[in-house]
Write a protein that binds this ligand. Structure first.
Ligand code: PEP
Length: 259
């Protein structure tokens, strides 16, 4: 446990990769390789069609299951969408919301992200809210403004009590899948800003407790220095989470005791 009392979380986003069988096999390898004394939280987010199979493998383990997205409606004429109760039925306790690929490729706005947050919370699903700036926004000094807007939009109309379990993932878009990781200092700086924003919205108690993950080309060989930063509480990992040995190394990062 870190000195700040925030339980670290390492999450794997498997994106649109793997069949159900392949995902179940990888989940089984993760389960088998996990240190039984590990105290922090581990989350796997397979594609929708693999949720049931992965859940069957994880049953009774300490690894949580997440979807990569969730609809804001419970049921009805929403072709292609998957509702909070449907992901719950598949075994999910968490849902990634507002990933930059959803924002960019599927044109999700902060308003849509906010509706999904509310629907997940109502269904007792823990949102893993993704925020982050593009390269252009960073280079034109708009990083803080973008983060502030995304956070204000995502949490609009949500009480501190409702937001209690939310996990935030700061993922600079320029670092996702590019091999360009933010330096530990850049990431720490953004995390401090995000925490200040959460203090503005919900107060210091909330800001001190909320977990902020870093995402963007996290690898087995950079996780330790990232996790050594005081405001980085975990990682959301894409590419590196597809390889059992590498992802296990990320999960068993070495920085906890120095925090
Ligand atoms: C992600 O998918 O959220 C991500 C951070 O991907 P990668 O680790 O591959 O950059």
């Amino acid at each position: 446990m870190a000195a700040n009392n925030r339980t670290p979380m390492i999450a794997g986003n498997w994106k649109m990769h793997m069949t159900a069988k392949e995902a179940a096999d990888l989940a089984a390898a993760m389960r088998a390789g996990l240190d039984p004394d590990l105290k922090h939280e581990v989350l796997l987010a397979p594609t929708f069609t693999a949720l049931h199979a992965v859940n069957a493998v994880l049953g009774g383990s300490r690894i949580f299951l997440s979807s990569q997205d969730v609809a804001w409606e419970e049921k009805g004429a929403f072709t292609g969408a998957v509702s909070p109760s449907q992901i719950k039925d598949a075994g999910c306790t968490h849902a990634i919301i507002g990933h930059s690929e959803r924002r960019k490729v599927f044109l999700e706005t902060d308003e849509v992200v906010n509706k999904k947050m509310k629907a997940a919370i109502k269904a007792n699903i823990v949102p893993v809210l993704c925020i982050g700036e593009t390269l252009e926004e960073r280079e034109s000094q708009k990083t803080y403004r973008v983060l502030e807007t995304q956070l204000t939009g995502a949490f609009a109309g949500i009480t501190a009590e409702e937001a209690a379990k939310v996990v935030i993932a700061y993922e600079p878009v320029w670092a996702i899948g590019t091999g360009k990781t933010a330096t530990p200092d850049q990431a720490q700086d953004a995390h401090v800003f995000v925490r200040k924003q959460m203090e503005r919205i919900y107060g210091k108690g909330y800001a001190d407790a909320v977990r902020i993950l870093y995402g963007g080309s996290v690898k087995a060989d950079n996780i330790d220095e990232l996790m050594a930063q005081g405001d980085i509480d975990g990682a959301l990992v894409g590419g590196e989470s597809l390889k059992a040995d590498k992802f296990l190394r990320v999960i068993h990062f070495q920085a906890v005791l120095s925090k």
